[in-house]
Design a protein around this ligand. Structure first.
Ligand code: IVH
Length: 702
């Protein structure tokens, strides 16, 4: 419907609108732009802006229309009742309309919501209780029970009419076919819920589909909503779709009297529905005595959302009392007593301005995308690693392209894709450099590696990066000695290699701009302290390719003095468990090089410790230690211990921490919300499964 050229114009207009303060003069353009994004999202299934960006535009439109009601046009997106109705399924009218939710994005929005609630209920300063629960990101469903039997299930449809899918609902074991509503005096009830697929189940589902050469589902939500509307109920069952119930929308006794007031509060109604056998959010639903508490819960969930086994796109805050809900009432679109707290966008669009190349401590040349800064889940992002040449090629990313940026579970943002359809011809392919951008040495791409490397060890960038690594937390941990000092002292000619770090002139440093006697003395103390580090830290600080913390530790255990390594053969290295030939070659090559040996000698002269310390020696584990020789893994959220504490306790008790469930695993300790690891361990049948309390009891006997 929209040509490439039109799409491009509309996309540019979108970006301008998003950056500007939208006014009534922009109304026509705003509507055009929103129509375009509706089409991209709903018809093409290929959105080019994030939900958050869409909502921002939509809210501006609502505001303009609210202030100028005469300008409301029949084709305005606000006049649309959202609908997932298609065709084939029989239509049913919901007993009460299934409304949407209004959105909020921050604490201030929720405070506005509270002010509104106080106005509507007439409670000026008395307490108002709120509930907070996850906003499940699946497909909405309405379940009607009559005389204790599941009589009908339907999708949300357009809110007043949905599509009947009772057979599919019956295929879901989380939906009771019979529920004792009669014990509550209820003859007929309509429940609202959300059907969705657990994240780990979704991954497996797609793996299976891949094996069978079927098209993959884009996300758990699509897999779930598709599964609700399939003609084959077996499909619903196979996809392991689960239905959470989050609301009772309608309840009458055999005289037709409204029974909802009897249930008194939302929290109580969910407790009752739990007793009747429904799947209800339990620990994850919180009762809050004021809005401040509710805000805290929402903000906490924003932090932990990735750990939750189901996809959620926010939280829902509801007034707990049904009496107050009644007083608040609803608009045509949403109840006034509830609001969604939408999590910060994880995706946004931006423009690739240029690609820069960073040279790492071992010469790897990494392309870094410099994008027009965008806000992503609360952080401004302007630089994103493009990993390597193959990544850029496989994603067909060009300079000038519009790109979709995402921050997933971890904090590292990445580029999901570019939008070739939005190109205007001025975009340029990324030309990978053939020579080091810093020292101009020719780059090499070792066989079987995805990276191009500058192999000149004297390359200035590498020298600096090696020093930055040397002082870092993981290596020598020199407090306060960061990248900026390294760069500054290097430019002044005071640092040529890492040995110079231990021979600095603190008098000269104290005279530098921004320094003083105090900061120079502090730096000196930190450097002096680092001189006594155990040698495993020193080995790790040398930036030898593949020699990380773990390998440094096992080598340090075997040597009385660092210089002993000068005479080590490859076999000496590889005879150590966990040391492979690649690390062996690299460490040997380092110690074969006179330049490196002399550097270490200078360090020793300056007072850096090269002798094995007590901390380097292997810890003796008594044969009768409670977990001697066992492997252990922690999963889920622990209540009493942090993950690190638990792992240390396990180590002290003689166990080895490993990271995956396999036949090598002896013990799995499960905390709250344990997911796929627990399932896998159970399936194996050979793994001992302990609770945190059991673990503490057993290890506590050390
Ligand atoms: S309450 C009368 N609670 O979000 C309004 N909705 O954007 C009832 N949703 O269509 C909504 N989790 O499908 C409510 N805990 C929850 C929810 C939830 C997901 C969905 C629901 C609704 C949509 C609105």
């Amino acid at each position: 419907m929209y040509s490439t050229a039109e799409s491009k114009v509309l996309f540019d207009q979108t970006q301008k609108l998003l950056k500007s303060n939208i006014k009534v003069e922009d109304l026509d353009q705003l509507i055009k732009v929103l129509h375009f994004h509706e089409w991209k999202y709903a018809i093409q299934n290929d959105p080019v802006i994030s939900d958050f960006e869409y909502d921002t535009l939509y809210k501006s439109l609502e505001k303009i229309e609210h202030e100028n009601p005469s300008l409301i046009r029949p084709d305005s997106p606000t006049q649309r009742v959202s609908s997932d109705l298609k065709s084939d399924f029989p239509k049913v009218v919901h007993l009460v309309p299934m409304l949407s939710l209004d959105n909020s994005y921050n604490a201030a929005d929720l405070q506005d919501f509270e002010r509104q609630i106080r106005k509507l209920t007439g409670i000026e300063d008395g307490p108002i209780e709120y509930t907070v629960e996850p906003k499940f990101d699946g497909g909405s469903i309405a379940l009607v029970y009559e005389n204790d039997l599941l009589a009908r299930a339907a999708t949300r449809g357009n809110g007043s009419e949905g599509e009947e899918m009772t057979a599919n609902a019956k295929a879901m074991t989380s939906i009771p076919l019979r529920a004792a509503f009669s014990e509550l005096g209820i003859q007929k009830a309509e429940l609202r819920g959300e059907s969705l697929i657990r994240k780990d189940v979704f991954i497996k589902l797609n793996e299976e589909r891949e094996k069978e050469d079927k098209t993959l589902f884009a996300n758990p939500r699509n897999a779930a909503t598709g599964g609700l509307r399939t003609k084959d109920a077996n499909q619903t069952a196979e996809r392991k779709i689960e239905t959470f119930v989050f609301q009772i929308g309608y309840a009458v006794d055999d005289q037709g009297n409204d029974m909802i007031p009897e249930l008194s509060t939302h929290m109580n109604s969910l407790d009752k529905l739990t007793t009747l056998g429904f799947k209800i959010p339990q620990q994850e639903r919180k009762l809050c005595s004021n809005i401040q508490e509710a805000i805290k819960v929402c903000e906490h969930w924003q932090e932990i959302r990735e750990e939750y086994p189901y996809e959620i796109d926010g939280m829902v805050v509801k007034v707990n009392s049904f009496e107050l809900q009644e007083k608040c009432g609803s608009t045509q679109h949403h109840p006034r007593w509830a609001i969604a707290y939408k999590f910060k966008a994880k995706q946004a669009t931006s423009k690739l301005e240029r690609v820069e190349y960073q040279v790492g401590k071992i010469g790897a040349v990494t392309p870094v995308a410099k994008i027009t800064p965008v806000q992503l889940a609360g952080v401004t992002v302007s630089s994103i690693s493009l990993h390597n040449e193959d990544f850029i090629k496989s994603k067909d990313i060009r300079i000038g392209d519009t790109v979709l940026v995402e921050r997933a579970g971890d904090v590292i943002p990445y580029i999901v894709k570019s939008f070739p359809e939005l190109r205007n011809g001025s975009e340029e392919a990324v030309v990978y450099p053939t020579h080091c951008p810093v020292c101009n040495h020719e780059l090499l791409r070792p066989e079987n590696e995805a990276v191009w490397r500058c192999v000149n060890v004297a390359c200035e960038a590498q020298v600096i990066q090696r020093m930055i690594h040397h002082v870092s937390k993981d290596a020598m941990n020199i407090d306060g000695f960061g990248a900026s000092y390294v760069e500054r002292f290097y430019e002044l000619g005071w640092l040529k290699d890492i040995s110079d770090i231990y021979n600095l002139d603190y008098e000269a440093i104290s005279r530098l701009e921004g320094f003083g006697q105090r900061s120079a003395t502090k730096l000196k103390e930190a450097v002096e302290k680092a001189k006594n580090n155990p040698i495993h830290r020193l080995l790790n600080s040398l930036a030898i390719h593949h020699l990380g913390r773990k390998a440094s530790k096992v080598i340090a255990e075997k040597i009385a003095h660092v210089m002993n390594l000068k005479t080590w053969t490859i076999e000496d290295f590889t005879s150590i468990k966990d040391i492979g030939p690649v690390v062996a070659e690299n460490v040997k090559a380092f110690f074969d090089d006179e330049v490196n040996v002399e550097m270490l000698q200078r360090m020793e002269e300056y007072g850096v410790n090269l002798f094995q310390t007590e901390e380097d020696k292997p810890k003796e584990v008594a044969a009768d230690a409670p977990l001697a020789g066992k492997t252990i893994l922690f999963t889920g959220t622990l209540e009493q211990l942090t993950r690190k504490e638990a792992q240390l306790m396990a180590e002290e008790a003689g166990a080895k921490n490993i990271s995956a469930v396999s036949s090598n695993l002896d013990i799995l300790v499960v905390g709250e919300k344990a997911g796929s690891k627990l399932k896998k361990a159970e399936a194996l049948g050979t793994v001992k499964i302990w609770s945190e309390v059991e673990f503490i009891e057993i290890v506590g006997r050390v």
